[in-house]
Design a binder for this molecule. Structure first.
Ligand code: CTP
Length: 415
């Protein structure tokens, strides 16, 4: 089954009485956790106001090829139709009028919606809605055959009584059905329908209001892992220590400071997670007590007393039932041996080991990982963190599904 979670849906609305249902459709797509932007044709605005579509989609509606007010997202081309075409994961035109189908069949680009449909590499689908005579007309049927031949999906239409009083084919499918058909376009996401919790970044353990203990983690790897999981269709929660990075677009992000706060945030949200990936460089120790006021220098030497922080990763792996739990091991020496020891002692499903040092791991853009579990070792060669994160998510998805299959077949064979 496909999912719309995190998907960017461009909803085209053309002129037809069924346009009143487009508002409900936009709302349903958002309820399914899709991001929705709307393009309306001039004729559509005769049936439903752009203000209504703006309210239900949460964004200004795009109407014209050169529209400076609704310019969003800003991908940098300064051309709305190219920005929108690149932004979309899918384009759905609902309702699609007979006139629009004719324009689409010819590849016309004189308006914004037509231009976007031509310029996008994302899948395009239409939900025709028109009077049954117009639907049955050989010209309409020839246009449909042409657009189907170009790879455009055609959802419906349904049959029944029509606004004009006729009965027959030409009714736009109901919004719930359109949302379901649209989700099926994305049935291939490896983590579709799953919830993933990721920790990232360093933690900050306060000594006093001005000073603290932290480490060199930039958060880049954890953020890339969260992005890659979202790209694979998962609903992602990123729990991040202090970083200079912007929140990933497709993940919900909770910002925390210290290890205990991170621990509490994780346990508040872990119960419906299928996969937990601990990428954060959590401080193992914190000062016994953070001073309320800034410490003044006094003696030659100062001793800080530290206490252990909770091990977040081990505490998640110990849950009954535990999600599929993945740890990271940052090591300066004996990479595989030390990582394997952590895999066993923390009872993880998988550990991703990377070498850190002066010029490796932290803060840099390229990284290499060894993925270790009980089945063996897989090496992901040095590459950019985004590509590495995608490869890691692909590996995790494979192992997660394998483990689920084994568990299900054991349950099925239990006497
Ligand atoms: N981790 C955690 N909570 C902690 C410490 C570590 O969740 N209090 C997680 C990290 O997110 C990482 C993994 O444990 O996924 C390994 O962290 P690392 O610091 O490499 O290992 P430690 O267990 O702290 O062992 P050591 O510092 O002795 O190498």
């Amino acid at each position: 089954m496909g999912t719309l979670i995190n998907k960017r849906i461009l909803l085209g609305v053309t002129g037809g009485i069924a346009a009143y249902k487009s508002a409900d459709l936009a709302r349903r797509l958002r309820d399914a956790d899709a991001e929705v932007r709307v393009i309306m044709t001039q004729a559509a605005a005769e049936f439903i106001t752009p203000l209504t579509m703006q309210a239900v989609s949460g964004h200004p509606v795009h109407m014209h090829l050169f529209d400076h007010e609704a310019r969003e997202p800003r991908a940098g081309t300064a051309l709305d139709h190219i920005d929108l075409a690149r932004w979309a994961d899918a384009v759905l035109v609902a309702p699609a009028s007979a006139n629009f189908l004719a324009r689409l069949a010819q590849g016309r680009a004189e308006d914004l919606l037509g231009a976007v449909c031509l310029a996008t590499a994302a899948p395009v689908a239409v939900a025709p809605a028109m009077n049954r005579q117009m639907w049955d007309n050989p010209a309409t049927q020839a246009n449909l055959a042409a657009i189907r031949g170009n790879g455009v999906g055609v959802f419906g239409p349904g049959a029944g009584s029509q606004a004009c009083g006729d009965v027959g084919p030409g009714r736009m499918l109901e919004p719930a059905e359109l949302a379901r058909l649209l989700a099926e376009l994305f049935a291939t996401g490896e983590l579709a329908g799953l919830t993933v919790v990721v920790t990232a970044g360093p933690t900050w353990e306060a000594i006093d209001p001005a000073r603290g203990l932290t480490n060199r983690s930039s958060g880049k790897m954890g953020y890339a892992v969260a992005e890659a999981a979202a790209e694979a269709g998962a609903r992602v929660l990123l729990i991040s220590g202090p970083t200079a990075l912007p929140d990933p677009e497709r993940a919900r992000t909770i910002r925390v400071t210290g290890a205990r706060e991170m621990h509490d945030a994780v346990h508040q949200h872990i119960h419906d997670a299928h996969i937990f990936i601990g990428v954060a460089a959590v401080a193992d120790y914190r000062p016994v007590q953070a001073a309320a006021a800034k410490l003044k220098k006094q003696d030659e030497a100062l001793t800080l007393e530290l206490v252990r922080n909770p091990d977040i990763l081990a505490s998640v792996a110990a849950l009954q039932p535990a999600p599929f739990t993945v740890g990271f091991a940052a090591e300066t020496e004996n990479l595989e041996q030390n990582a394997r020891a952590k895999l066993e002692s923390k009872r993880l499903d998988l550990i991703a080991a990377n070498e850190v040092g002066a010029d490796r791991g932290f803060g840099v853009d390229e990284n290499r990982l060894l993925l270790i579990d009980r089945a063996g070792v897989t090496e992901l060669p040095a590459q950019g963190k985004a590509a590495l994160a995608r490869a890691l998510i692909h590996h995790i998805a494979g192992r997660y599904h394998e483990k689920s299959r084994i568990k299900n077949s054991r349950q099925a064979h239990r006497p």
